[in-house]
Design a protein around this ligand. Structure first.
Ligand SMILES: [Zn+2]
Length: 371
């Protein structure tokens, strides 16, 4: 009996031992699984942080790209784009008139290719004025503007079955759209400044303006009758400015830019007595505000982070040819080679060479990094 009991006891002990080992095994396995999960997720977080870091440039990269977010920004002033070869105009380069205000389609295509090849990427004029510069690392911002609302800025040739407008491929927007397709990283955009006749195509004007804002372009104010502000009084100035805002308010409420491209560049000086009437006033009982005015100037303007930048009075470059003289495109872009804004690729930081620190103005709550 005693022998049998001892055998039974030993067997029970063995069963207990087996059960214990099994439980221990499961426990160890679970512990390993938990540790494994923790370890992997920690590693993933680590990887993410590292890839984030990779998007930011190091100090060596700043030097390599010559990053300078206090450099100058070209705002190009165009008017008409004419579908004729440059050698048929009788004027210098791609000029269609003696002053080079009108440009051939051939020259405009060459301009765009030149900007792209030389590291310029487009930004909206409104973004430049408000210090929102989002350009990839090592590249430079450029703004395009068109005055006078000419037919050849966006020429509609008809509509398709759905009623959408067809745009002539050789007008300004037609050419811009082909570059948009070819170079998605060019960030193609432009701001068009209209008078009372809008785009001079009564049948399509409203559709054109809606199409522009739906397709990444902007529309601004060039006064109702292309007025010379040195000849107006405050009353007329308000009518000229307010009536165009009122027209845009009807077609694209809240979607146009509160920027006036000054006709002839008038009244030429920021201290002129007409300036306050352009900046704010009343038209048919409605208040308007102008954030910024564009001059007809000759050179690139300052970085929006420079203490010399006046966001209310912007300088523009006349987009014309003059054999590299008198502030034509060639002359300006030669100067820009050593003075241009070069981005660090991060819109939330302002990266500048250490010796430019005392040139900082409004930094729009962004982090300033010097190197
Ligand atoms: Zn004009």
């Amino acid at each position: 009996m005693a022998k049998i009991n001892r055998k039974k006891q030993r067997r029970n002990l063995l069963i207990l031992l087996c059960a214990f080992l099994l439980i221990l095994g499961v426990f160890v396995k679970v512990v390993f699984m938990i540790v494994d999960t923790l370890f992997v997720s920690e590693q993933k977080v680590g990887e993410k942080q590292e890839s984030k870091k990779e998007n930011k440039l190091s100090k060596e990269d700043y030097t390599k790209y010559v990053v300078d977010e206090l450099g100058n920004v070209p705002v190009m002033m165009y008017h008409g784009i004419h579908n004729i070869p440059s050698n048929e105009t009788g004027y210098v380069g791609g000029n269609v008139d003696v002053d080079g205000y009108q440009r051939t389609a051939e020259a405009f295509r060459q301009d765009l290719q030149f900007y792209y090849d030389n590291g310029y990427r487009m930004i909206r004029l409104n973004d430049y004025i408000n210090g929102n510069i989002d350009v990839e690392a090592g590249k430079s911002p450029i703004c395009l503007t068109f005055d006078d609302g000419l037919e050849n800025n966006i020429l509609v040739t008809g509509t398709d079955k759905e009623g959408n407008i067809n745009i002539d491929p050789n007008c300004a927007v037609g050419i811009l759209e082909s570059f948009k397709k070819k170079y998605p990283d060019f960030n193609v955009t432009a701001t068009f400044f209209v008078n009372g006749g809008l785009f001079r195509q009564p049948e399509y004007n409203e559709q054109i303006i809606k199409w522009l804002v739906e397709n990444g372009y902007d529309v601004g104010n060039h006064t109702y009758s292309h007025v010379d502000f040195t000849t107006t009084d405050g009353q007329i100035a308000q009518q000229e400015v307010g009536s165009v805002y009122a027209m845009l308010d009807e077609i694209i409420p809240g979607q146009y830019v509160n920027i006036v491209a000054l006709p002839f560049g008038s009244p030429y000086s920021y201290d002129h007595e007409m300036i306050p009437y352009i900046q704010s006033g009343l038209y048919k009982g409605k208040q308007y505000t102008t954030q910024s005015m564009l001059q007809v100037a000759w050179e690139a303007d300052y970085s929006p982070y420079s203490n010399q930048f006046n966001p209310a009075f912007i300088k523009r470059i006349r987009a014309y040819d003059n054999n590299g003289q008198d502030f034509d495109i060639e002359m300006n872009f030669t100067t820009l080679e050593t003075t241009k804004y070069i981005s660090d690729g991060d819109p939330n930081t302002i990266v500048i060479p250490a010796n430019k620190q005392d040139m900082l103005g409004n930094v729009y709550d962004k982090n300033v990094i010097t190197y």
